[in-house]
Design a protein around this ligand. Sequence first.
Ligand code: B12
Ligand code: SF4
Length: 470
Amino acid sequence: MFIKKIFGINDEHKPKEKIVWLDLGDLGDLVNPAGPHEQWQDHGLGLLRTILHQNGVMTDLLSTRAITSWDQLKPQLKGYEMMIMNVRSYTYPSAYRAAKIFKEVNPNGMIVTGGMHATVALDEMEAVPEFDKICQGPGENVIVDLVTNPAKHPRVILGVGAKSMAEWPMIDRTLWPQPNSKKLAKKFSWPLEPECGWGPGPVVTLLTSRVCPWQCVFCNENSYIPNMGRRPVEMVIDELNFLDRKYGIGSLVIHDSMFFQNPSWLEEWVEKYPRKANKVWPYWAAARADTVRQWPELFESVIRQTNWNTVSIGFESGSDRVLKILNKECTEEDNYFAIDLLTRIGDDMEKQGKKPPLFWSNIMLGIPGETRDDAFKTMRMVKYTKRILPSISFYAPYPGSALGHQLIAEGKSNMSKENYHRFPDDEKVKGIDYHFYRELLAGKYDADVNRGLTQLAQNRKNFRDALIKA
Ligand code: B12
Ligand code: SF4
């Protein structure tokens, strides 16, 4: 009972405020998480709650990740006049279920929603009568008015965002949900975040830019996230130094969809981060193979001088045919160029007694149109890479993306409002031979995959564990 009281897992939760923000995610992710990435905090929630509180609109916070059964949510939600949620496609099932529960216990209460899913799948949001307000697009310049004067707004609202991330306040990280078990709290480092194997904790997750301008058909977020200016380098460093003084930082995860873009910003980063940050913390951040090939010197100096030690690249596929299907605008050659360059830099750093950087490599399998030979080439590229943390997933047709919309329209998507998830073994598209892919990952086709690889590369095997929930 004592532990239950401390961490709030009880039926006695009493509203302090009239409004509650419900953080969304799988049950138990802040109690006994299945993996590290489920514990990352939601920057949309953090930013908008910060803005609300700075404007005197106070909210309580609850989280579906902090409970372990839906029954626990009912008594917690009772008594609120308003519930706010940031709904992404992968949290839509939780939002849907929570909305039903909220209305059951507060029939006169109002539910205000926003987030990616509202932007890309409005029809699905509108079909849920419990969602009283649905805001598409960015919310930073509309949230206060919407929450304080909801009657003024129609059911579907077009959000208003900042022109530049320079206008965003620093997120008050204490407004994020806390881990809800003694065991997790010990290693979480709240209000910073736990380490996930990329760098030492406490971890600071941050965003320096919002939109990636490319148009990969499985993603193309620039079709639904309005363009906005990048956060100035100095502001990023000031925030990090502030957090370091207050909590102590171990490493960073830069959540930008595409960190390695905009050379002038990166040059300034190379110049200022090593000089002005309290410490040159190692970090995880994303690039594309073609931008690495376009600006190899810049890539090398960002790696060497700013301690960019986990380079996330969405290689996606090792086959030109599939890269074309995906409109990745990267070729097999670009991919191998980036792999060879990072290997060379890593070997050199190792010789100097430094920790070599490695790839966090996003790979997709089960893409419509992919042949077995394409998949062998992809696995061959994964095995070829010397220093790699592969993150492999079966392609999922998300709304918002061109290919996702097409497959949904053709009735080929298996994702539904009860299950939008990307569990490793989920079969997300009709007509894909998932049995073959599972066997491929288990090594059954190693003879085909290994063709042309050195013995050392051939020895890298069994990638079933690399299938992450993503
Ligand atoms: C960081 C990130 C992650 C992190 C952390 C997620 C987290 N806990 O927040 C990790 C790595 C774990 C992750 C994982 C995944 N992610 Co992700 N992720 C992102 C990323 C890069 C940034 C999110 C972010 O912080 N944005 C900044 C904040 C400020 O924006 P925001 O939350 O959308 O909020 C704004 C508006 O939506 C709006 N708003 C939000 N809520 C509300 C509420 C109200 C009332 C109002 C008025 C407005 C409003 O106002 C906010 C300010 O403008 C985005 C891409 C992007 N650039 O946004 C993808 C993105 C959200 N992820 C996506 C996906 C698909 C995934 C994965 C399924 C795997 C993948 N990458 O393919 C997994 C699923 C994880 C899981 N099962 O739990 C998609 C979602 C698509 C969709 N249709 O919903 C995105 C858009 C990327 C993409 N283009 O594919 N992700
Ligand atoms: S997959 Fe990566 S490169 Fe392609 S549009 Fe999305 S964020 Fe940009």
